[in-house]
Design a protein around this ligand. Structure first.
Ligand code: 4G1
Length: 249
């Protein structure tokens, strides 16, 4: 998947381009990231990239001409790479990113991702140049680069071939839409606390059911909202009822 990034701090993205699952995806050409820095489109001696807000008040905005210069080149880059990308602005006002959204974004014919700095960008640029605004959550951050990396990481894992067999079980059918089950690895005993016997049994069907029951139970306990928007099949209903009975006991 081709992703163009418009950011004042492209070097921050080494966190995903040089490490782990996403780093390997880039090496293997399954994920292609290209960067355009608005500072490269500054024409003044000081290479100014911020500008004062009309109406006064504290804080600055991203300077329009340098931002649009980078955005125009990113579009040209997408086109010459043969893509017709959606242009995404990461912003607190955006649609909340979740697994379904990541899956949806991974099907697009390329993305251009704009990371804000200062207090954000001119609303006319949002209206004219941005197709969709997305947010990773309700808290104040210093820039849109970390949100952009969160989004890219999440959707990269949805790109066919990126996740190997050893990478993650989270692609399992029941994992999506539920919280994860508890995980255990060596040693068998930590400070007197043992690994649940079922996981040492070698009985894969019992283990599958135990993990599903734990995922359902933990979701019920910690994020009941996630269960509301989901119908459970007979097995899941039975396992959750068992968990609830045991929890009440
Ligand atoms: C709740 C709230 C209200 C008002 C401002 C801010 C705020 O944090 N403003 C600063 C900026 N925040 C983000 O970009 C940003 C922040 C959080 C999640 C995100 N998901 O995508 C981009 C995101 C916007 C321009 C530069 C950084 C946050």
């Amino acid at each position: 998947m081709w992703i163009g990034v418009v950011s004042l701090f492209p070097e921050m993205f080494e966190a995903i381009t040089r490490h782990g699952v996403t780093g390997r995806a880039v090496e293997r050409g399954l994920l292609e990231l290209a960067f355009w820095n608005p500072r490269d489109y500054a024409t003044d001696r000081h290479r100014t990239v911020d500008d004062r807000p009309y109406g006064g008040g504290p804080g600055m905005l991203m300077k329009v001409d340098t931002l649009r210069g980078a955005l125009a080149e990113a579009r040209a880059g997408a086109e010459s790479a043969g893509h017709r990308p959606s242009v995404i602005y990461l912003s607190p006002q955006g649609r909340r990113l979740d697994q379904a959204g990541a899956r949806e974004l991974a099907t697009r014919d390329g993305l251009i991702v704009v990371a804000g700095r200062y207090e954000g960008i001119d609303e006319r640029v949002v209206e004219a140049d941005i197709d969709e605004e997305w947010s990773i959550g309700d808290y104040v951050l210093s820039g849109g680069e970390l949100p952009a990396m969160v989004m890219i990481d999440a959707l990269a894992r949805e790109v066919p071939g990126v996740l190997g067999h050893s990478d993650s079980a989270s692609e399992d059918s029941f994992a999506d839409g539920l919280l994860d089950c508890p995980h255990y690895t060596r040693p068998e005993v930590i400070d007197g606390h043992r690994v649940p016997d079922v996981l040492l049994s070698g009985n894969h069907e019992l283990i599958r059911r135990w993990r599903l029951k734990q995922s359902l139970g933990r979701t019920w306990l910690r994020r009941p909202d996630m269960l509301e928007s989901r119908t459970l099949d007979r097995e899941q209903r039975k396992l959750l009822d068992e968990f609830i009975d045991e929890h009440a006991a």
